[in-house]
Write a new protein. Structure first.
Length: 607
């Protein structure tokens, strides 16, 4: 057994041997003398397994005729299982050449092991989201998986930096520009995984929101349109439906829609009241309601949560007629049927039914620390009339809905008080139901963090691709990567005592623990998920002081990039670097009888 120790700056490949004897395979053949010049063969016909491995590791073009003949004899004489075992134990020369340079603690050190099967079978946490992508060509599935892994391990990097090589970069660009690759196909497998995760919950929130993607600095990209109110605002508009548990854990993306505005359509805003919903961007809410609930099991109660932009009569009409659940923040100055009061007048004239204490997260944009807020609770049933400006208003029905108001009591000086006026299709007949709706709406903030991760963490607005078709394919991959980064943060907060091996492989958390704590031997049991995420965040610059609270998404994605480099510099599962002497390695023995034992072994050049 052994491993590679690769110092890429000198382009030397080391083979490391243990200090104990290795298995010897013996056989005989007629012309043994032809191979006496090869050190792998002894006088009596015995073959040293490690010497055979050395030959397998060499560049096939550099093998002598005698060495090639020796390998062919080994294959013929040994049993099929024995030869296969040797073959699977070593890396090929081509695999070694693909090894990527990494930098850990200032040392240009790279390390791989003699367990290629274990490496290839280690399930990347992001990989399963793409396993069942419906491409006719299986090579596209494999390429998609490689791209996704590269992006997840290096979310903040450009495509060339994430792919690590010219060949990998070109393959990624070809994939995104391939006519057979479509965003909906990329997302299909992830959506199926999302629905599978939803099955564990009785109620799931489907949070809709739109964000603008600014590409005015990349005018060469073909097909860009306008995302703002002027023709200079080049870019895309991205509308996403994110599945989130009622406790705030993001489960995945249910629907996604990307479009641009035609510059010639600018100015139509003044005529929006005269146009039908289907002729306006507002149709996105109705379309996303259909696409997000498609194929979702009926036993799952899905509540669609939206901000004020979704306060549209047709949106509520569709939900009521199709018996779907909505929770939307009020924006329109509607009037109720009974007494011609506005919604605000109706709810403010209702009595206070109770109070609710909530935690308000840190506002990094305004540099405000997390705080607690006390909210007074009001609720009442209302009947909504159709818009009076609609030509068909007389044929439209009145809608029976419920109104909930949460208003902050005694807010801190200089801070705008919380005032959430919500309209819902769900019954709100007691304080418990009203509190439930406020807690659900509070989770709407998760999609804001998702878009922040997508734009700042994955740097999607810096992508430089030839066309919007390629850009949309790249955005589809990055959208899943952004979800996974967000999931890691909130999963660690909701389930802090879970073992971190649900997200990290053994070699990952062992290397993470050793580097962060500057020790050479990891613990026998994996740290908790909360401890692991804090260690990852520390790699990304998180100080971890008592006053710092929980780490944010930014330090977590930066820490993951550092962890990726550390993993490339750690022997999978068993070998750890002695920082004072990078040539000397340690083999960690983990058995029932012997624990915390180390065996030294030394390096030998393979030329």
């Amino acid at each position: 057994m052994g491993c590679f120790y690769n110092i890429t700056s000198r382009k030397h490949i080391f083979l490391l041997f243990f200090r104990f004897s290795t298995p010897i395979y013996s056989f005989s053949f007629s012309s043994l003398s032809e191979f006496r010049g090869v050190s792998a063969i002894s006088e009596n016909g015995q073959v040293d397994k490690n010497k055979v491995m050395q030959l397998m590791l060499k560049n096939p073009n550099d093998l002598t005729n005698g060495e090639k003949e020796l390998l062919s004899y080994v294959e013929k004489v040994l049993s099929k299982d024995e030869y296969k075992k040797i073959k699977e134990t070593v890396f090929t020369y081509e695999e070694a050449e693909k090894y990527i340079k990494s930098d850990i603690l200032g040392l240009n050190v790279g390390l791989k092991t003699y367990f290629p099967n274990e490496i290839s079978n280690l399930p990347k946490q992001i990989t399963k989201e793409f396993n069942d992508a419906a491409f006719a060509d299986n090579r596209l599935n494999k390429r998609l998986t490689k791209i996704a892994n590269s992006f997840y391990e290096n979310p903040e990097s450009s495509i060339p930096q994430a792919c690590k090589s010219y060949a990998g970069t070109q393959a990624t660009y070809r994939f995104f520009s391939n006519n057979r690759v479509k965003p909906e196909v990329i997302l299909m497998s992830h959506r199926e995984q999302t629905i599978e995760r939803m099955r564990k919950y009785d109620t799931v929130l489907a949070i809709q929101d739109t964000t603008a993607l600014d590409y005015k600095d990349h005018p060469a990209t073909k097909g860009l349109g306008v995302y703002g109110n002027t023709e200079h605002d080049l870019g895309l508009l991205n509308h996403t439906t994110l599945a989130v548990t009622v406790d705030g854990i993001p489960l995945g993306i249910l629907s996604r829609y990307v479009w641009t505005r035609n510059p010639k359509e600018l100015g139509k805003r003044v005529t929006k009241r005269e146009r039908s919903t289907s002729d306006k961007e507002s149709q996105k809410w109705l379309d996303a309601l259909d696409s997000s609930l498609k194929d979702v099991p009926k036993h799952i109660n899905v509540v669609t949560v939206c901000d004020r932009e979704a306060d549209i009569y047709d949106f509520f009409h569709k939900a009521v007629s199709e018996e779907r659940d909505l929770l939307v923040r009020v924006a329109q100055k509607r009037r109720v049927l009974e007494n011609e009061k506005s919604l605000i007048q109706e709810i403010e004239s209702s009595p206070v039914m109770g109070q609710l204490l909530i935690s308000v997260p840190r506002d990094t944009g305004n540099k405000r620390a997390p705080r607690e807020a006390t909210l007074s609770m009001k609720y009442c049933p209302v009947t909504i009339k159709p818009p009076v400006n609609r030509k068909d208003s007389k044929s439209l029905p009145n809608l029976e809905l419920y109104l909930v108001l949460a208003e902050e009591i005694n807010p801190p000086k200089g801070i705008k008080p919380i005032y959430w006026l919500l309209l819902t299709t769900l019954p709100v007949e007691n304080l418990e139901q009203a509190v439930e709706k406020i807690k659900w709406y509070k989770q709407r903030w998760k999609i804001e963090r998702y878009h922040y991760t997508l734009k700042s963490g994955c740097n999607i607005e810096k992508l430089q691709l030839e066309s919007t078709e390629s850009l949309q394919n790249a955005l589809a991959v990055y959208s899943i990567v952004a979800w996974k980064l967000l999931w890691l943060k909130f999963e660690s907060e909701q389930n802090p005592e879970a073992a971190c091996d649900i997200v990290l492989q053994q070699y990952e958390w062992q290397a993470l623990y050793c580097v962060v704590n500057r020790v050479s031997i990891p613990p026998m049991q994996p740290p908790t998920l909360k401890e692991a995420v804090i260690m990852i965040a520390k790699l990304g610059g998180f100080l971890g002081r008592k006053s710092d609270g929980q780490p944010g998404v930014k330090v977590i994605w930066r820490g993951l990039m550092c962890l990726n480099n550390i993993n490339l510099s750690s022997k999978i599962k068993k070998v750890f670097i002695d920082i004072k002497n990078p040539i000397k390695m340690f083999y960690y023995i983990n058995t029932e009888k012997k624990q915390n034992k180390r065996m030294g072994f030394y390096a030998k050049f393979i030329i």
